[in-house]
Design a binder for this molecule. Sequence first.
Ligand code: KIV
Ligand code: NA
Length: 265
Amino acid sequence: YKKITTKSLVEMKANGEKISMLTAYDFTMAKIVDTAGVDVILVGDSASNVMAGHETTLPITLDQMIYHASSVIRAVDRALVVVDLPFGSYQSDPKEALRSSIRIMKESGGHAVKLEGGREIKESIKKILNAGIPVMGHLGLTPQSIYKFGTYSVRAKEDAEAEKLVEDAILLEKLGCFAIVLEKIPAHLAEKVARSISIPVIGIGAGGGVDGQVLVIHDMLGMNNEFSPRFLRRYLNLYEQMTGAISKYVSDVKGKDFPNDKEQY
Ligand code: KIV
Ligand code: NA
């Protein structure tokens, strides 16, 4: 695929090709992620945590999401760029959800929006899709509802919640969503959902039986040592490498080793 579209992703599922997705929130990182061949870049509201240092995803604003997304869009040639609708920008009513989505599409140039929830936001999803804006769903652990859940632990372990989740996934497909993220649910349930619908299911902490995987880029690069859920595979320890490099710089400056004769005019 020269350029990834929502159609390419549905084709990938049909052909059994797994979909790779990572977050990015800024130009430099998005350029690296896109060049490396990631299919989907998510401008996640996890920016609230990893970029701004908030405890939850709730504080990030629509303006801030648009700033992150426009920076990412300027870097990307190939990947599909999906932008999270932040908490408070779509829950009040379908018109607000559409207005927020239009702002994201116009002001950032993003290719699609993602919203957390199922039947509760059915009318909003319809309205956004009617305007020609592609929608990605997000079920399971939906961090914007953290104060309802109380913890970030695995969702849908009980039958009632699992049943509701399967029904919601089927509803999202029926409404016209092009893909769904499933976060932190039992692998067997995620696999069941992936088999029940023909749009791609992209998992995070949802096992290998789904159609693709997503991780937060800062987590998979090992930029923070504190967050270690079971589902996270660290591909680098950038935290150590970066603090090593930076403390070397500090000692070079202090020791008058930097700059040397060749590093000046
Ligand atoms: O905001 C985010 O990073 C996400 C992914 C974890 C799916 O929604
Ligand atoms: Na998110």
